[in-house]
Design a protein around this ligand. Structure first.
Ligand code: AMP
Length: 303
C-alpha cells in the first residue's frame, strides 16, 4: 500500500556524553521514510531543504528508494537545523538550538500522485503544516501523527485542530502528561483520545511503549541494548516502522496494531545503535524479523 510522510528534513549537531558529531543527516521525515523503505515500495516524502543540504544527503534518501518528488529544495534557503545534547542516562536531552530556516514559511503543495496516499505518517512538524498536508490527501486509510513538546507548548490550539483529524497519535510519556495536563498516563490516554485520535501510543524511552485502543491496553517492552550510541530519531523511526508495517499488511485491528508497535520498537532499537540514520541504512529483512521475534521472546513465559 502507498505510504506518505511529511516532516522535517534536517542537519543536526549531536552531542552524547561520549561523542560529538556535527552536520549529521536528520529530521523526522528522514528517519520515517528510511525506516518505511523496509516495509513499502517507494515511500513518499514531503518536506523542504535549503541549497546547503548537499548531494550526499540526497543520495542517502535516493538509495533507500524514497520518492523525493515532494521535497522542495528552496533556492537561497537554509536547511532546518537542530542541536541536541543527551544527558548521561541517554533518555533525556536538551535542545540547544532550533533553526527553522526553510520550514518557517513552508507551505507544501503536494504532487498529484501523492494525493492518493493510503497510509500517512505526519512527522514532527508545525501542526498547521501537518493539517494542510493532510487536507490535500484524498482518502487516507490511516493517518498517524507524531508531535513534541515544542509544538505542545507553542501551538496548542493548532495542534488540537490537527488531532481532530488523525486516527493515531504517537507521543512520549512526558509529552502525554503535558498535553493532557495529567500526571497519570492512563488518565492522560483517556483525555488525549477524547481530543480525536482513537488510537494512542505512549513511548516510554528505554522502558517500552503503551498502546491504547478502544478495546484494550497493550504494553510493549523495550529491547535491552547494552550499547546505545545515539537516541536521535528513535521516536521518528518508531512512528515510521509502526505506520509502514500497517501499510504493508493493510489491515488495522488490535493484533496488527500490537505487531506494529513491536516492529516500530524493533526499528527504533536499530536506530539507536549508531549515529543519526547510520543504523538504519544497511538492514536486511531477516535481521528486522529476528529483532521483532526477540521482542516477542522478551515477555513470553513457557509453562
Ligand atoms: P526524535 O529523536 O525522534 O525526537 O527526532 C529527532 C529529529 O527531530 C532530529 O533529527 C531533529 O532534526 C528533528 N527535530 C528536532 N526538533 C524539531 C522540531 N521542532 N520540528 C521538527 N523536527 C525537529
Amino acid at each position: 500500500m502507498s505510504f506518505l510522510t511529511i516532516g522535517s528534513v534536517a542537519i543536526d549537531n549531536l552531542e552524547t556524553p561520549f561523542e560529538k558529531r556535527d552536520n549529521v543527516l536528520g529530521g523526522a521525515a528522514t528517519f520515517i521514510s528510511i525506516t518505511a523503505s523496509y516495509f513499502v515500495d517507494k515511500p513518499m516524502l514531503v518536506g523542504a531543504v535549503g541549497e546547503d543540504f548537499g548531494e550526499e544527503n540526497l543520495k542517502i534518501l535516493k538509495e533507500k528508494n524514497v520518492d523525493l518528488s515532494g521535497l522542495q529544495i528552496v533556492k537561497g534557503g537554509k536547511t532546518f537545523r537542530w542541536h541536541g545534547r543527551y544527558h548521561y542516562d541517554m533518555n533525556n536531552r536538551d535542545t540547544l538550538d532550533t533553526q527553522l530556516n526553510v520550514l518557517s514559511d513552508f507551505n507544501p503543495s503536494i504532487p498529484s500522485h501523492f494525493q492518493h496516499a493510503q497510509y500517512v505518517c505526519l512527522g514532527n512538524l508545525d501542526p498547521v503544516i501537518q493539517r494542510n498536508v493532510l487536507l490535500q490527501i484524498k482518502s487516507p486509510k490511516l493517518t498517524v501523527c507524531d508531535t513534541m513538546n515544542y509544538w505542545i507548548e507553542s501551538k496548542l490550539p493548532d495542534l488540537k485542530e490537527t488531532l481532530k483529524l488523525v486516527d493515531v497519535l504517537i507521543i512520549n510519556d512526558s509529552e502525554a502528561r503535558l498535553l493532557s495536563q495529567s500526571p497519570n498516563l492512563v488518565k492522560a490516554a483517556r483525555i488525549i483520545r477524547a481530543m480525536g485520535p482513537k488510537i494512542l501510543v505512549i513511548k516510554k524511552g528505554e522502558h517500552g511503549a503503551l498502546l491504547f485502543t478502544e478495546n484494550s491496553v497493550f504494553s510493549a517492552p523495550a529491547y535491552p541494548l547494552e550499547t546505545i550510541v545515539d537516541p536521535t530519531g528513535a521516536g521518528d523511526t518508531f512512528a515510521g516502522g509502526f505506520t509502514a508495517y500497517l501499510a504493508k499488511v493493510n489491515t488495522i485491528n488490535d493484533i496488527t496494531l500490537r505487531k506494529a508497535v513491536l516492529y516500530g520498537s524493533a526499528m527504533a532499537s536499530f536506530c539507536v545503535e549508531k549515529f543519526g540514520t547510520e543504523g538504519l541504512l544497511n538492514l536486511s529483512l531477516l535481521e528486522i524479523d529476528d529483532r521483532y521475534r526477540s521482542f516477542l521472546e522478551l515477555s513470553r513465559i513457557e509453562e
